[in-house]
Design a binder for this molecule. Structure first.
Ligand code: SAM
Ligand code: SF4
Length: 327
């Protein structure tokens, strides 16, 4: 392996979040504007060959973990073919997927066979009407996808719930009970001011410290850890297998331990969710760069990684919304 990627602040970068599309079959109001259709043109999408080259270069530079995301990754045709290729790359040890699960019932078995082991599913409500209000989608499809994922053997399956005041804050306990019943891990997320959609949602911002305090009245919460836990701070619910993670980019940021970069569908490497620092790899790839040139470009990009996001100080800064970067 070449020398491990380390940024200017001494953080080892060993995790890539790979967006395979900026499209989505849902329209979660905090993520993508209703009726939005100004997506990347297909000829700008990195091809599977190009993605394999970029992730191969990251793997040579020490990346061990890749999470496939989007937009909704399952709207990209033949996704299992891509993940099987990525799983086979020397050095890649952990391949995971973030999905809204609407198409998971159909693809769960193929994805598991194609090397994905860990899966995160967005689920903000267990009430069908409310789910529709938030996402414009159908809850039963997501639940069917989740059950198919369980049957296919994914482990862990993590539920990601963006907790929002006046929208779904009252469902926190119901979601805990649902996850205990099904053996899922649960993560609560604070709204982030990404694009106008995210900024509108910050009217509903909930400081997750208050959610934790509320849960502590009903459940005994013990200190917990989760392998590959990333930015979530975990607790365990006594007497159950449930772990609950709190992802608190706003109330308690975790930038000092950030180990990741994001590759968007058009081949742009974004260094931080909350900043504009980026480097475009597609022009290089399409100009026929060598593997060495690709690795140099990645190192140059890592040198641009900022120390931290400024969601609090500059909430209007990020114009792209979450699905464009790859959440
Ligand atoms: N479509 C997949 C999904 O929903 O899981 C993957 C991509 S989605 C952009 C990844 C995560 O970003 C989801 O858990 C979603 O809830 C979260 N997200 C999107 N916009 C957000 C925002 N403004 N604030 C906080 N989380 C956001
Ligand atoms: Fe689609 Fe995921 Fe964004 Fe919802 S959060 S609109 S499912 S990309």
């Amino acid at each position: 392996m070449n020398q491990q990627l380390t940024d200017r602040f001494g953080r080892a970068i060993e995790y890539v979040r790979l967006s395979v599309t900026d499209r989505c079959d849902l329209r979660c109001f905090y993520c993508m504007p209703k009726g939005y259709s100004d997506f990347e043109a297909p000829d700008h999408w990195l091809t599977f060959d190009e993605i394999e080259r970029v992730i191969g270069a990251f793997a040579r530079l020490g990346t061990r973990r890749v999470r496939v995301t989007g937009g909704e990754p399952l709207v990209r045709k033949d996704l299992p073919q891509l993940t099987a290729r990525l799983a086979a790359l020397p050095g890649i040890k952990d391949l995971s997927l973030s999905t809204n699960a609407t198409r998971l019932a159909k693809h769960a078995v193929d994805l598991h066979a194609a090397g994905i082991r860990r899966i995160n599913v967005s689920l903000d409500s267990l009430d069908a009407a409310r789910f529709k209000d938030i996402t414009q989608g159908k809850l039963d499809k997501v639940l069917a996808g989740l059950m198919a994922a369980k049957a296919a053997g994914f482990s862990p399956i993590k539920i990601n719930m963006v907790v929002m005041k006046g929208i779904n804050e009252d469902e926190v306990e119901a979601m805990v009970d649902f996850c205990i019943e099904h053996g899922f891990t649960l993560r609560f997320i604070e709204t982030m001011p990404m694009g106008n959609t995210g900024r509108n949602a910050t009217d509903h911002y909930v400081d997750l410290q208050t959610v934790k305090a509320r849960l502590a009245k009903r459940y005994e919460l013990l200190p917990g850890v989760m392998p590959g836990g990333g930015p979530a701070r975990y607790v365990r619910v006594a007497g159950t297998d449930l772990r609950i993670g709190f992802i608190t980019p706003i109330s308690q940021h975790f930038c000092e331990t950030c180990n990741r970069v994001r590759l968007s569908v058009d081949g742009t490497l974004y260094m931080c969710l909350g900043q504009e620092h980026k480097l475009e790899l597609r022009p290089l790839l399409r100009a026929g760069c060598t593997d060495a040139e690709l690795e140099t470009a990645i190192r140059t990009a890592i040198d641009l990684k900022p120390e931290r996001h400024e969601f609090r100080e500059k909430p209007d800064q990020v114009v792209r919304f979450m699905s464009m970067t790859g959440g």
